[in-house]
Each structure stands twice: as C-alpha cells, then as structure tokens.
Ligand binder design. Structure first.
Ligand code: HEC
Ligand code: HEC
Length: 243
C-alpha cells in the first residue's frame, strides 16, 4: 500500500517536472490565476515590494537606505512622462518604459527580462494602489497640430525639444538614460546621420542603449513637424561638433 502511494507521487512529480521543463508559461498559467491582479501581485511581491513596500507606500525594507526614495504609488507625485502626456499621472506606455529601462541616477533597476504580460500585469497592479483611483491621462490626440519647439542655439533646442529626457548629454546637464549617450556622438555619426536620426529615428536604430539593446519607435517620430528645417540643421551641426 505505502510503496504504491510513493510510486504514484514519484510519477506525479515527474509529470510536473516535465511540464515545467517543456512549458514554464503553461505551468505558470495553470498554477497562478490568469487574473491580472493576482498575477501582477506575484510579480510585484517578487521584484518590487522590497523597495516600494507591500502597500505601495514607497516604504519597503530597502527604502531606509535609498535616496531618492522609491515612488509612493498611493499618493506620491509621479515624475516620468516619456511621451509628453500631461501630469499628474503617466500613460501605461510611460510606465512600461520606466520599468523596462529603470531610472539611471536612482536605485530603480531596469527589468529587461520580465515578460510582456508580466510587465502589463505589474503595471495594472501598481495603478491599483492609487488613492482615489487611477485616472488615465488624456491621450495625445493624433492629428492635433504638434507644438512648435522654440529656440535658436543648438543647446537651447536640445533642451526645449525634450532630448534631455532620454539622452545623457553633459553640455546641457541632461542625464536621460533611455537612448544612447550623446556626449561624443560626433565621433560616431556624421552630421547627415545625426540629421536622419532626428527626422527619421527608425531609419537606422542605434544598437546600444543604457539598459540594453535600443528599443525602436521610442524616440519621437515627429520632430520634422515640430522643428523647422533651420532648427534641425542647427541641432545636427551642434551635435556633430561633440567629439
Ligand atoms: C532597489 C529598489 C527598487 C526596486 C526593486 C524597484 N524600484 Fe521602482 N523606484 C525606485 C526608486 C528609488 C524610484 C524613484 C526614482 C526617482 O524618483 O528618480 C522608483 C520609481 C519607480 C517608478 C517611477 C514612477 C514615476 O514616474 O515617478 C515606477 C513606475 C516604478 N518605480 C515601478 C517599479 C516596479 C513595477 C518595480 C518592480 C518590477 C520596481 N519599481 C522595483 C526603487 C526601486
Ligand atoms: C522618448 C525618448 C527620446 C527622446 C525624447 C529623444 N530620443 Fe533620441 N533616441 C532615443 C532612442 C531610444 C534612441 C535609440 C533608438 C534609435 O536609434 O531610434 C535614440 C537615438 C538617437 C540618436 C542616434 C544615436 C546613436 O548613437 O546612433 C540621436 C543622434 C538622437 N537620438 C538624438 C536625439 C535628439 C537630438 C533629440 C531631441 C530633438 C532626441 N534624440 C530625443 C530616444 C529618445
């Protein structure tokens, strides 16, 4: 009788090991609920709670040692709006970029290896912490007249066009960590190539970004509408001088 139970258990264990080995996702889907929140909670409890705290208050055990403090998701101010959406709350796309790439200059790590589904789930989960409920930011209207960038010198244009948000560039005090650092871009790219990077960023996608391979389609695609031809030439010439 007893040996029979053991052999049954051993058989069951083998089947489980086999399942995990051939299909971790299937196994996870089976053991963990498909529901957004509980899956999000699992990701959160695994990767985020140590800093952001079990209730999302930014007070996890590691937070005592951190400056800046981890974001308080309940009633803290969000700071990162990568797609020009209006504060106070970022779009899902912005949150995805923040979590995938991390925030250089703080302890917020990059999470390049979680799956797309885990990313979506954990974002649904942190939005749920918001006191008073989460209010989606207004979508940036397609077809709306894009706002013209103001500025004349290369440095002014770099700042007012928002390049600072994504690129490290010491001459303008920019610490962005989404795209490649541009301190010596002139030694990598010709003026024509820089020009093309600004007006048609997907024509050639750079390889190495601070958090790993560069994501295509993240650099805004509409600078040729927001900057005049003269402004683009000034900016490209200025960057080409940075060797
Ligand atoms: C080692 C500590 C640490 C871990 C782990 C961590 N974070 Fe953070 N996180 C931070 C810090 C610190 C900041 C604030 C950075 C700042 O203010 O510049 C932050 C900021 C953020 C923001 C920025 C919100 C905004 O726009 O202001 C988001 C979103 C976020 N974290 C999500 C997550 C998620 C999701 C996880 C888990 C997958 C996670 N974090 C894991 C430390 C951490
Ligand atoms: C929302 C983030 C974001 C903003 C804003 C942004 N970029 Fe980028 N940029 C990227 C990313 C990501 C890449 C790498 C992928 C690619 O090549 O498209 C990149 C690539 C580049 C490259 C090519 C670098 C190389 O090493 O090949 C140049 C040059 C550049 N950006 C200049 C600019 C300038 C100038 C502005 C402002 C007018 C700007 N970027 C605004 C994200 C951004």
């Amino acid at each position: 009788m007893i040996p029979k139970i053991f052999s049954w258990l051993a058989g069951f264990a083998l089947v489980m090991i086999f399942l995990v080995a051939i299909s971790p996702d299937l196994f996870r889907g089976y053991v963990f609920s498909e529901d957004d929140r509980s899956n999000g909670q699992r990701v959160y409890d695994t990767y985020c709670t140590g800093c952001h705290g079990p209730g999302g208050l930014g007070n996890g055990p590691a937070s005592d040692f951190l400056n800046p403090l981890p974001r308080n998701f309940v009633d803290g101010d969000y700071k990162f709006f990568h797609f020009g959406e209006a504060p106070p709350l970022p779009s899902d796309e912005s949150l995805e970029l923040t979590v995938r790439n991390g925030l250089p200059g703080s302890s917020m790590p990059a999470f390049p290896l979680i799956t797309e589904q885990e990313l979506v789930d954990v974002i649904a989960y942190i939005k749920n912490f918001r006191a008073g409920g989460w209010v989606e930011p207004k979508p940036i209207q397609a077809g709306e007249q894009p706002i013209q960038v103001q500025g004349e010198s290369g440095e002014d244009l770099f700042v007012s066009a928002g390049c600072t948000g994504c690129h490290q560039f010491d001459a303008a005090g920019a610490t962005g960590g989404v795209g490649p650092g541009l301190n010596d871009v002139g030694s990598r790219l010709s003026e024509e190539e820089i020009h093309q990077s600004i007006v048609d960023p997907n024509a050639v996608v750079a390889e190495n970004c601070p958090a790993g391979p560069c994501p295509p389609g993240v650099m805004p695609q509409n600078y040729s509408e927001r900057l005049s031809e003269e402004q683009i030439n000034t900016l490209a010439a200025y960057l080409a001088e940075q060797q």
